[in-house]
Design a protein around this ligand. Structure first.
Ligand SMILES: NC(=O)c1ccc[n+]([C@@H]2O[C@H](COP(=O)([O-])OP(=O)(O)OC[C@H]3O[C@@H](n4cnc5c(N)ncnc54)[C@H](OP(=O)(O)O)[C@@H]3O)[C@@H](O)[C@H]2O)c1
Length: 251
């Protein structure tokens, strides 16, 4: 198959392209650095020509809610329109487990907008909702890190390796559209504070952690809000295996 990957030059995109290519498929990974801008709509018709499916793993570093919703909404609309023009018959979106529970998180508002447009759009679709990646705890702590101290919510998560996310996306993109959501997760649950503590220890960083629900994540994310549904696809790679590999963030 020929599969276009929007955001194919990023962390998940590069891994997904490698999985597909090693299985004998042809990929067209693209981003702005490759001269193709899905926000501006530039270069999409060339990138999608002859593609059987498109995987969207784009991302934005923005932190403002309106800016994030505008980015994901515009990119998704432009991709779907270009797929319709090119006759691409499967749109695969990487989303996040639990985004319905947290109405405050700006990134989640953007992901909900993506999902809404994909589900109501003109192209047969699959939405793959992943749990947090293994470097998520350290990333969340870094948002508030000042003078060696960071706050972090004691979230219950079931983190997944980026390599396993790529394997799941490749599997879904090469099968018929689900026209449904699929949750994917890692093999075991973890406490986010403990994950952050162990990640910083492996990286040799001295960070004091203050558990709180009054930071980026509130009590609406407590309990099982971030856990995958019962029929989730589970990747094999444990958080411990990632730590043993030196806790790389994939960048
Ligand atoms: N972190 C987590 O725990 C987690 C969990 C579940 C799901 N996710 C989702 O995973 C997805 C991928 O994340 P990632 O870490 O792989 O992202 P990343 O490494 O930041 O890569 C983002 C990609 O998007 C491309 N991009 C940005 N703006 C673009 C534009 N206007 N047109 C075309 N391409 C554009 C970038 O290339 P250029 O810069 O060259 O344009 C890059 O290839 C995100 O959507 C995120 O929501 C993350």
């Amino acid at each position: 198959m020929r599969i276009a990957i929007a955001g194919g030059t990023g962390r998940i995109g590069r891994l997904t392209s490698a999985v597909l290519e090693s299985a004998g498929h042809q990929t067209v990974p693209f981003g702005r650095a490759a001269g193709i801008d899905a926000y501006a709509g530039r270069g999409l018709d060339d990138a999608l020509r002859g593609a059987d499916a498109l995987i969207d793993v784009t991302n934005t570093p923005a932190s403002d809610k309106a800016e994030i919703v505008d980015f994901f909404g515009t990119v998704t609309s432009n991709l779907l329109a270009a797929e319709e023009r090119a006759g691409v018959r499967h749109h695969v979106l990487l989303s996040i487990v639990g985004i319905d529970h947290n109405k405050r998180a700006p990134h989640y508002a953007g992901k909900r907008e993506q999902e809404r447009l994909v589900e109501s759009g003109p192209v047969p679709w699959s939405i793959v909702r992943a749990t947090q990646f293994h470097d998520f705890a350290a990333m969340v702590a870094s948002w508030s890190l000042r003078d060696g101290t960071a706050t972090i919510a004691p979230l219950l998560v079931q983190p997944i390796a980026q390599e396993d996310v790529a394997a799941a996306l490749a599997e879904v993109a090469t099968a018929p559209p689900l026209n449904d959501l699929l949750d994917i997760a890692g093999p075991e649950t973890q406490d986010l504070v403990d994950m952050a503590r162990r990640t910083f220890a492996v990286r040799g960083e001295d960070v004091k952690l203050v558990p709180t629900w009054r930071g980026a994540f509130g009590t609406d994310m407590a309990g099982e809000a971030l856990l995958p549904g019962e029929n989730a696809w589970l990747g094999p790679t444990t958080f411990d295996a990632w730590l043993a590999a030196g806790a790389p963030d994939g960048r």
